[in-house]
Design a protein around this ligand. Sequence first.
Ligand SMILES: [Zn+2]
Length: 159
Amino acid sequence: MPIYDYYCEPCNLNIQIFCEIEERHDQTCEKCKDFLNQMVSVFANTPARWGDSHGYFDRGLGCYVANSMERDKIMKEKNLRPVSQNELDDHQSAVDNEHTQHEKEVQKFSSVLKATGDFAQATKQTFPDHHPLADPEPFPLGSDLGTIETKTTNKDNTP
Ligand SMILES: [Zn+2]
């Protein structure tokens, strides 16, 4: 699903929307409910060297690019090296994969959460390889606990 750039005149706002290609002309402003002007329309008649008629959001450049000519121009302005079609394809499929992956994670997360009602469990099952909020190391019992207490006591008694 591509990202499209819009401009709302009444609100004087630039807005980015993720939507299907067929839905790109039917987007409305969340604030004023006015139909949005798709910014890419400015470039709609510019011949696109890659046969990409709707343009795309270029994360590398951090802006919307209608076609290769537009991109070349921005690259020149920013003094950036050219990127090959392969790199662009890789980039695009990486973006697509990332998006698919994200959708899968959202689905997984909500289904586990629904089934268990356990937020931590849903996180754990959705991201088995990541433990950004993992439980701390099990609290040391027995002799280890004694060590900690001793250390604390010593520290407290230090003048
Ligand atoms: Zn608006």
